[in-house]
Design a protein around this ligand. Structure first.
Ligand SMILES: *Cc1c(COP(=O)(O)O)cnc(C)c1O
Length: 439
């Protein structure tokens, strides 16, 4: 029996094939790769994890947080794998629509929705999570003007505290997101808001992303489930009929191990909030990073190497423009770096502590500091691993560096690699046009 190659084997085959198929050149010194088999397996793992814990017939809509991977062909692929879109801006909605994702499979969350955005979502029948009291006033007014479709709910901040990364913690006491549930009078206000508006049928929470402990995420879900039960008891009917439990499953950036898994999280939810899976509520999820991170990598050519203050430094073409968080908050966002020669053969040799730097003109533009790696030489290739979410799809325009191509790849059981383009490399002409050329 032929055993399908595992994720690390697929990656090694893809690196070699990518460098043979499209060598890194002066014009194109970096490229991003996405393992489409990996994405498919991850999507299947998400479906299976919830299928295991939900009641027969319980409705579950899985959506992908588009900000984690803003590429139209990718959204189309995920939609085909049964995963819709969570959008948080007119641009993200436009990408979801361009991918052909239908309104009933799109959820709109944003703390700053304009009237025009709200009007469009209500008209299209996109599910909408209202973020604040003022936004609810706007929705009231818009509903009075024109018929509205699609489930409407409130985003709740259960104010449970943060995680390891402040910038990723959305359920602190003072977070900018949602209605702060434990503030004085807030719970009573939410209850009244629902009883006065029979069309509010959903509750939403997203407790945070990378760095938030799983039990805190589960506590957030428990908080909206309890609130839904309270609203329904007061209403004397099942007014709230769906719960949107957000995303936020953390990703292991330290090795190839997938940890935690969707199955572990689903089981933890079943333990912490058994009522979630008794079939009375439809469920929505909004995972981003955990659906893609481990399937992506960025390949960049080493242009020069030098030594500074006794430390070897490799100057590569991947820096802050494709790894914003790693460059600006390196303690929170460490990345694994793999070293290859120009043909994609893993570099061997004794580890030497070195910095791996990008091309941007500021000193913090490093993707690894003092990292033991085989000594890099010009012409080598470094791979930034686990960068499938929030890296190449979220570029920074610093130094007018063009966006690299993103190639999807798929590996047959025999090990043959096939590529599909998910995004073209930005040309210099496109870059000039984007920056006011021609005006
Ligand atoms: C960013 C975000 C997500 C996805 O978070 P991940 O950590 O990428 O899973 C889901 N829901 C909302 C509202 C978000 O802002």
């Amino acid at each position: 029996m032929v055993v399908p190659p595992d994720a690390a084997t697929r990656r090694e085959l893809a690196v070699r094939a990518a460098l043979a198929h499209r060598p890194l050149t002066d014009e194109r010194p970096l490229v991003a790769l996405l393992d489409l088999d990996g994405v498919q397996r991850t999507a299947a793992a998400l479906h299976a994890a919830f299928a295991e814990v939900t009641a027969p017939g319980q409705r579950v809509l899985h959506t992908f947080a588009v900000k984690a991977g803003t590429l139209v062909p990718l959204l189309r692929l995920l939609d085909g794998l049964g995963i819709g879109c969570e959008v948080a801006s007119p641009g993200e909605l436009a990408l979801a629509r361009a991918a052909g994702v239908t309104a009933d499979r799109v959820v709109l969350d944003s703390p700053a929705k304009t009237r025009a955005e709200l009007r469009e979502a209500l008209a299209l029948g996109i599910a909408l999570n209202v973020d604040s009291r003022q936004e609810l006033d706007r929705v009231d007014a818009l509903r009075a003007e024109a018929p509205a479709h699609g489930p409407l709910g409130l985003r709740i901040n259960p104010q449970l505290g943060g995680g390891a990364i402040d910038a990723m913690s959305t359920a602190t006491a003072t977070s900018k997101f949602g209605v702060a549930l434990t503030d004085e009078g807030a719970r009573e206000w939410v209850l009244r808001a629902y009883l006065d508006r029979p069309w509010l049928t959903r509750l939403h929470c997203h407790v945070g992303s990378q760095g938030v402990p799983l039990d805190r995420m589960a506590a957030g879900v428990r908080a909206i489930h309890e609130l839904a039960e309270e609203i329904n008891a007061a209403a004397g009917r099942r007014q709230v009929d769906s719960l949107d439990i957000g995303g936020g499953l953390p990703v292991n950036f330290a090795s190839d191990e997938v940890s935690p898994t969707f199955a572990e999280y689903a089981r933890l939810l079943r333990e912490a909030v058994p009522g979630l899976f008794d079939g009375r509520y439809g469920l929505v999820t909004e995972f981003g990073r955990s659906l893609l991170a481990k399937s992506g990598l960025i390949l960049a050519r080493v242009e020069y190497t030098k030594s500074a203050g006794g430390r070897p430094v490799a100057l590569t073409h991947a820096g802050a423009q494709v790894a914003v968080r790693t460059a600006f908050a390196p303690e929170s966002w460490p990345l694994r770096v793999a070293a290859y020669d120009a043909t994609g053969t893993p570099r061997s040799g004794p580890p030497v502590r070195q910095d791996v730097a990008g091309p941007c003109c500021f000193a913090g533009d490093l993707t690894a500091r003092d990292r033991p790696l085989p000594r890099l030489v010009p012409g080598d290739v470094v791979a930034l691993l686990d960068t499938g979410a929030y890296y190449f799809s979220t570029p920074l325009a610093y130094n007018a560096l063009p966006r690299p191509a993103v190639l999807g790849f798929s590996v047959s059981e025999e090990g043959a690699v096939a590529f599909t383009t998910l995004r073209h490399a930005q040309s210099l002409a496109e870059l000039v046009a984007e920056h006011g050329g021609g005006l």
